[in-house]
Write a protein that binds this ligand. Sequence first.
Ligand code: SF4
Ligand code: SF4
Length: 223
Amino acid sequence: MIKAEQKPVEELLRYLDPYNKILLVGCGACVTVCQAGGEKEVGLLASTLRMARQKIGKRIEVFEATTARQCEPEFALELTETIEKAEAVLSIACGVGVQTLVRHFPRTPVFPGVNTTFLGETVAHGVWEERCQACGNCILEKTGGICPIARCAKQLLNGPCGGSSKGKCEIKRETDCAWQLIYDRLKALGQLYKLEEIIPAKRWGVESRDSGPRRIVREDLKI
Ligand code: SF4
Ligand code: SF4
């Protein structure tokens, strides 16, 4: 799931300074779960923006909306009528949601209200940790289901660096060494032999974003 954190209000007020009528729009999916951009956050942020502008004697009209999934055109387009009434949009969906609005509403300025942070898992109430960097060629089968790209500070693909100590990472002592986790997991599964296979260096230019935005085309789903 995509994780995000709300941007500081001062930054948002700076974006919105030239506008008096805005649409604040959240998303009912990932950012609702991490409590950064769902319906509740839309309500809270709308009140904060109104109060902040009132304080400096510059009123602002804030329309509020939350789409089911802002990254899906069919839901984004439901906003058409409201967007037409607004001078600008502040989206607290992830960066994908923001860009979906940009593509479908080319004449309206759209600003990001959150910092999209990572693809992560909920590990405790209110605590999320990165688990995947969407590298484009998943190697979890070789690593016991633990991702060294997202979880090793050096993104090592073939075992730990020399700094791993007592199961902790040398870059951040409170973080588990990903390669210790991989070793322990493979051992528990009776699959330590998998460590003998050399994982080739990733071809970042082809597999990842260096070669431009990646694309999936499913001919069978096209209409
Ligand atoms: S290897 Fe890691 S970064 Fe790549 S797709 Fe799998 S979980 Fe994501
Ligand atoms: S200590 Fe472990 S997790 Fe940290 S950088 Fe080295 S191998 Fe990666």
